[in-house]
Design a protein around this ligand. Structure first.
Ligand code: G3H
Ligand code: 13P
Ligand code: ZN
Ligand code: NA
Length: 308
């Protein structure tokens, strides 16, 4: 069945682990993720971005996720990733999503609060939970200086005010991660002091980490070996994610690692099997790779194996 993340987050918080929130946009990715979660008996969040909805069409993704829940028997959260306005959140809530993110992080504080509050009111009346975001996820390309980058991190006192005034169910914070495959120029750095302050001021409240792919070297190298060109890619070290999961982070967002795995095995398979032209062959390889990555995350990074 499709469920909300309420109970999942409560248990994850108390147990010092995190739930994986994996971005989906086609059948093979959904099946790979769900097969892994089923074997691991792991709680699961499948999330859909505006771009994914546009690519696959809303009805296809909705029905594919419903099929995954029905076929696997797993409790699955269907979540909107980075909803940018009230309208897309409303559309997803009306469409049967059990969770939405309203991302007002680009807005001034008061406007972010007003927008988030409006979504929370609409969602809660319909039994849907809401993730907000405060602070900005700057990538290495967005900011040159370290002190400039830190100015975009989440302020702990503002986080408390934001949560109290909006009524959100979870909060995405900025502590040094960023989206994509180029997260750090030099040594990876996350502001754990800041995370600790936020957790102390919001005890028991579920926090979310976006931009949490590790950019697994195995797949970057495979891409590059078979004709790809992804130099200097760098992600969040797995030990840092493990640590964050014990400090109030209950949801860890992963998209880039799946994209890289799919692309790497496709490149390899097609390079090694030039006569093959049955999509089931190479998309099947991609599905297996997604499953392998997700299984690894569940066991070794998120710590949520056996938690259902
Ligand atoms: O946060 C971004 C997610 O990785 C989704 O990316 O907007 O390209 O679908 P997308
Ligand atoms: P990655 O790009 O690190 O996978 O982050 C995904 C994400 O935060 C989706 O919202
Ligand atoms: Zn994100
Ligand atoms: Na946690």
């Amino acid at each position: 069945p499709l469920v909300t993340s309420k109970e999942m987050f409560k248990k994850a918080y108390e147990g010092g682990y995190a739930i994986g929130a994996f971005n989906v946009n086609n059948m093979e990715i959904i099946q790979g993720i769900v097969e892994a979660a089923k074997e691991e008996r792991a709680p699961l969040i499948l999330q859909v971005s505006a771009g994914a909805r546009k690519y696959a069409k809303p009805v296809y993704l909705k029905k594919l996720v419903e099929a995954a829940a029905e076929d696997s028997g797993l409790p699955i959260v269907l979540h909107l990733d980075h909803g940018e306005d009230f309208e897309i959140c409303k559309a997803c809530i009306d469409d049967g999503f059990t969770s939405v993110m309203i991302d007002g992080s680009r807005l001034p504080f008061e406007e972010n609060i007003a927008l988030t509050k409006r979504v929370v009111e609409y969602a809660h009346e319909r039994g849907v939970v809401v993730e907000g975001e405060l602070g900005r996820l700057a990538g290495v390309e967005d900011n040159v200086k370290v002190n400039e980058r830190e100015a975009t991190f989440t302020d702990p006192d503002q986080a408390v005010e934001f949560v109290e005034r909006t009524g959100v169910d979870s909060l995405a914070i900025a502590i040094g991660t960023s989206h994509g495959a180029y997260k750090f120029k030099g040594e990876p750095y996350l502001d754990f002091e800041r995370l600790k302050k936020i957790t102390e001021k919001l005890p028991g409240f579920p926090l979310v980490l976006h931009g949490a792919s590790s950019v697994l070297p195995e797949y970057v190298e495979m891409c590059n070996k078979y004709g790809g060109d992804i130099p200097g890619a760098k992600g969040v070290p797995e030990e840092m994610l493990r640590k964050a999961a014990t400090m109030g982070i209950c949801k860890i967002n992963i998209d880039t690692d799946l994209r890289l795995a799919v692309t790497a095995v496709l490149r390899k398979y097609l390079a090694e099997n030039p006569a093959e032209f049955d999509p089931r062959k190479y998309l099947g390889e991609a599905r297996n790779a997604v499953k392998k990555v997700v299984q690894h995350k569940i066991r070794n990074v998120l710590g949520c194996s056996g938690k259902i």
